[in-house]
Ligand binder design. Structure first.
Ligand code: ADP
Ligand code: MG
Length: 244
């Protein structure tokens, strides 16, 4: 469904060049919950941004359903970003002045003019409410982010990512700022969403403890996806990881 083909990406800061991705190839299947592990600085966030067309590669292609999406005109890219992809970040990126419900509604506000918003506002609010219910926050709809715990903020961000019914969720260290128990709760929620809503999920993380809950694990190293087992620390003996 989503393919990265021979992706190269170099950052330039003053006279310094940092080659981050160096001919990276990856194929993601529809409905899969994939985790990509790698050390800090290995290019995980860079790769996720490229897959979600938040940034463009220096060379190589990103394909969705066989069609190239990295070189689309900006209007079509904006539409894909708003409707096909949902994004989840380590630090939630919620707007502090808005309630949880309004944060969840943000992608719909962005996708509408005032004229097209007004007649549909009740449906959108109902959907946002249902999503907050799904992530276990129906009792927190009016809370602002600073009145929520880390796990609750991430749940709000997940509800926001689902609002437009995306086909692909891209999660960048979604449990990276949470204690172990809240992190497990977030992983269980992502697992449920993947199963119940048929959303493909691509998660990058440096935390190997959470990856056994996903379908497949690959490793990023030296700017590529490698076949080496992702053994960066002692691994729990689960059938999934032993199979890799
Ligand atoms: P990870 O998410 O695996 O920790 P990143 O993709 O964020 O890694 O970054 C990979 C490398 O690229 C790091 O060395 C980082 O410092 C560098 N880098 C990331 N973004 C930029 C940028 N906008 N400008 C310059 N260097 C960057
Ligand atoms: Mg990162």
């Amino acid at each position: 469904m989503l393919i990265a083909r021979d992706i190269k990406k170099t950052y330039r800061r003053h006279a310094v060049e940092i080659r981050v991705l160096n001919g990276l190839n990856l194929e993601v299947q529809t409905g899969e919950f994939l985790s990509i592990v790698g050390a800090s600085g290995s290019g995980k966030s860079t790769l996720l941004h490229l897959l979600g067309i938040l940034d463009t590669p220096d060379s190589g292609e990103i394909l969705l359903d066989g069609k190239r999406i990295d070189s689309l005109p900006s209007k079509e890219r904006d539409q894909l970003r708003n409707r096909t992809f949902g994004y989840i970040f380590q630090f939630y990126h919620l707007l502090p002045e808005l309630s949880a419900l309004d944060n969840v509604l943000m992608p719909a506000y962005i996708g509408h003019s005032w004229v097209s918003w007004w007649p549909t506002r009740r449906q959108w609010r109902r959907r946002a409410y249902e999503l907050l219910e799904k992530v276990g926050l129906s009792h927190r709809t009016k809370h602002r982010p600073r009145e929520l715990s880390g796990g609750e903020m991430q749940r709000t961000a997940i509800a926001r990512a689902l609002l437009m019914n995306p086909r692909v969720l891209l999660a960048d260290e979604p449990t990276g700022n949470l204690d172990a128990e809240s992190g497990r709760g977030i992983m269980q929620l992502l697992r449920e969403i993947n199963r119940d809503e048929c959303v493909t999920i691509i998660m990058v993380t440096h935390n190997l403890e959470i990856v056994p809950m996903t379908d497949r694990v690959v490793r990023i190293s030296s700017g590529r996806i490698t076949d080496d087992p992702p053994l960066l620390q002692p691994v729990p003996t689960t059938p999934l990881l032993l199979a890799i």
